[in-house]
Design a protein around this ligand. Sequence first.
Ligand code: EPZ
Length: 412
Amino acid sequence: MKISVKKSAPLSGVIEAGGAKNSALPIMAASILCGKKCQINSIPKLADTENMKEIMCELGCRISDNTFDSGTLCGYTAPYEGVKKLRGSFLLAAPLLVRLKRAQIPLPGGCPIGTRPIDLHLKGLRAVGAEIDTYHGVVDIKCRQLKGARIYLDFPSVGATENLIMAASFADGETVIENAAAEPEIADLCDFLNKQGANIRGIGGNTLKIEGVRELSGVTHKIIPDRIEAGTYITAFAITGGKGIVKNVRSEHQKPLLAKLAEMGVKITEQGEDFLVDATSPISSASIKTLPYPGFPTDMQAPFMSLLSVAKGTGMVVETVFENRFLHIAELLRMGADIRTDGRTSVVEGVTRLTGAKVEAHDLRGGAALAIAGLAAEGETEISGAEHIFRGYERFCEKLSGAGADICTLND
Ligand code: EPZ
């Protein structure tokens, strides 16, 4: 799929962020745990969330609109075609293990930004009593009764933390997860479970204490706003020197981005969950280092680099979370950006002019970064691989064009 982006006048008006993709995926998977009906609202309509629904239906769940009924769950083997399309489906491991005492999930494999190993997931599941065998590209996990354990995560992996929270919620006794991820999406998952009778303490911190329970009640839950989608649109206003409102933004989830934008001269006024972005003054550069939450989010690294490409001065970008998350740089260079990379560090010299070019999106956030750069680049930017963008941004072109961006999908 392709999209066309042309140099746009300063954006204005309103863009509203939707529900968080990276909260919806674990919570959809976790809805299996209760074996009853859950109503999950604000799930963004994306390829990833639709793929997760498809896989869950193949395993026997009944899903209509946003009602998830896992009472008829009958399969513990996730389909290869589904897992290949959605790495996040490995989050089904713990729920299937809890409900059916077994989970067979094809190895999710890597993606352009990294090899995406699952060793921390498996190490933690073994700690709570699972027997794990890997053969023919499938991870086969069994366990008659999960038991509480003390787990230290070598890296605060979001996915591993989520799988272990779900397994520990039904383990005999207490589980302590140390060096757990503390992203807002983790807290949202814990809220979803605690509202049903789970017993998770330490939410929002890096040490979680979970007392296993026998059952969960089912619940109606609203997914938190997508902090990365919101950050992406704030950056779009900034790169065009625009002035407008991004709606449905949680201030506490945006601290690193807001601090950096303030450093650069972008004025942001918070009005509840509406953010007024004023980038009508010239912006200067800044440096970022991506870190697990509450550090600067790795998912905002690429969009932010596009902004640095046209900011006055020199900025440094260090990517510490994924080993190959600079794929957008070669494409930005084709648009006239001045970026030098050495390993996980890039130095960005702001330029006065970007020019549109034919470029390729290799991953979700890198694709969004190219579209943002296209808003400020003279002429037209044609982005192929746009399906990557649509995996994570609902109505991406509509939302941006609603604020005055000259962007549309192309029939390729
Ligand atoms: C989640 O991926 C998000 N995806 C990613 O968002 C996000 O970039 C990432 O967290 C970090 O915030 C979803 O929530 C669906 P990790 P996840 O496990 O869980 C290493 C986007 O653009 N690691 O925290 O896969 C891993 O290699 C996507 O929306 C291990 O070594 O991320 C990576 O270097 C991209 N062993 C680092 O940890 C493991 O067992 C972070 O991975 C697991 C991870």
